[in-house]
Design a protein around this ligand. Structure first.
Ligand code: HEM
Length: 403
């Protein structure tokens, strides 16, 4: 873990809504007593990858079988679909074991989470899209991995594929036979296993990666990304005063617990409560945030993609909103241009918009329609990808970015 000053970590943590940040000079100290496994060990998740999946992908890649698998996967979409025919027997055996919910999945909680996602959808599009999406570019390993993997060269389609995951996770039938999420998670898990084999062969990636990151996408890395998604979003919703019952908060966490399991994260790393998740995030996410040349480039591309549609606001407003969500330290790292007039509108107008929407204030703010158009524009941007003919299926890569 990089040795960052406690003051800097506290500043970033506060901006992201992660209060009480732990001392970054200390090693990983998150006990699994806070996990769904409820054991009591301290294991470094950066030394754990995916033993059940990784060797299989090495074989499939080295035997040239991935293009055929990707073709067979095109028609494998619904959770209730039969496993695709024409794939190698070892992959069929693997999917028979993994294409299912864990025994501890609770359908009542997953249904509650689905209803919660529906009610929160406008906030979720904004927070995942402009918050988590841009935060991923200041998670150094993720930024370098994404940049130097095959998809890094075609960020528009890569962003669309990533959105497929979020869209499938948030759908009302996500975990039901008509939903897609279990299948999408399996494709993602296989993709990550392929990346673990491919990226170490990239001279570009090897030149920039840190010494400990000799195999990418460990359980620790996946947990970090979860915190940039679920834990970040939950924290922002709380800090904005959004109405959430305790059962809804628990259900939203449960959905993410199942999602992490489906990505191959061990149960003894998966937080059992939001308090345990926040504690883990303080060790795993906040101290590691930092700019990289790759991340700065990716953030510019991602923000450029959202600027391509008319959100009813200026580019300056959109960049300032990202700063508002992530804090100015992150905004400065990513060299997001300043627009102080928009910032002043956001600082006052956004809390007033949320208060009116949530019914805690009866006063309709003068900037209501500005924010309403903005939030709907962001939602449409994602929904268009999720529902139109441009829906982009996840495919397993066979190489790396050329240069
Ligand atoms: C691919 C989701 C964690 C690096 C993907 C894909 C999805 C996804 C949906 C397939 C779509 C695509 O190709 O872009 C997630 C989720 C995560 C997670 C939900 C955690 C909760 C990570 C982490 C890293 C990472 C921690 C790196 C440190 C990559 C890379 C690809 C990928 C390099 C392949 C892109 C390519 O084809 O070139 N991920 N991911 N992911 N992910 Fe992740």
């Amino acid at each position: 873990m990089q040795n960052l000053s406690r003051r800097r970590v506290l500043t970033i943590g506060a901006a992201l809504g992660l209060v009480g940040v732990a001392d970054p000079s200390k090693a990983w100290a998150w006990s699994s007593s806070g996990s769904i496994a409820a054991t009591d060990t301290v294991t470094d998740p950066w030394g754990v990858w995916d033993d059940a999946t990784d060797p299989l992908l090495v074989d499939l890649l080295e035997n040239g079988q991935i293009p055929g698998v990707n073709t067979a996967f095109e028609k494998w979409v619904d959770n209730g679909d039969a496993l695709p025919s024409g794939i190698p027997a070892a992959l069929t055996t693997y999917l028979q074991a993994h294409n299912r919910l864990p025994s501890w999945a609770d359908q009542t909680k997953l249904d509650r989470a689905a209803q919660f996602n529906k009610r929160m959808s406008m906030y979720l599009f904004l927070l995942y899209g402009l918050g988590s999406g841009i935060m991923s570019t200041v998670i150094p390993r993720e930024a370098r991995n994404v940049y130097w993997s095959e998809g890094g060269a075609v960020m528009k389609s890569r962003a669309a594929k990533t959105f497929t995951y979020g869209y499938d996770l948030s759908a009302v039938d996500a975990f039901k036979p008509t939903g897609h999420f279990v299948v999408t998670s399996n494709k993602t898990r296989l993709t990550h296993a392929a990346v673990r084999h491919l990226l170490p062969q990239s001279p570009h990636w090897r030149a920039v990666t840190d010494d400990q990151d000799f195999i990418p996408i460990s359980n620790g890395d996946i947990l970090i990304t979860f915190h940039s998604l679920g834990t970040f979003v939950h924290g922002k919703l709380k800090s904005w005063g959004i109405r959430m019952s305790a059962a809804e908060e628990e259900a939203f966490l449960h959905m993410w617990q199942v999602a992490l399991h489906l990505l191959g994260v061990r149960d003894d790393f998966i937080p059992a409560t939001w308090a345990a998740a926040r504690a883990q995030s303080q060790y795993a996410l906040t101290p590691l945030l930092a700019p990289t040349p790759e991340g700065i480039d990716l953030a510019d591309i991602l923000l450029g993609l959202t600027s391509q549609v008319d959100l009813g606001v200026t580019k300056g407003f959109q960049r300032e909103f990202a700063r508002y969500l992530l804090g100015d330290q992150v905004g400065n790292w990513l060299r997001l241009p300043r627009d102080y007039a928009s910032r002043a509108i956001i600082e006052v107008g956004w809390p007033a918009y949320v208060a009116f929407r949530e019914g805690t204030s009866g006063i309709i703010p003068t900037t209501y329609s500005l924010f309403d158009q903005f939030i709907r524009g962001v939602a449409m941007l994602f929904l268009n990808n999720g529902t139109s003919a441009t829906y982009t299926p996840i495919t397993i890569p066979t190489g790396n970015r050329a240069g």
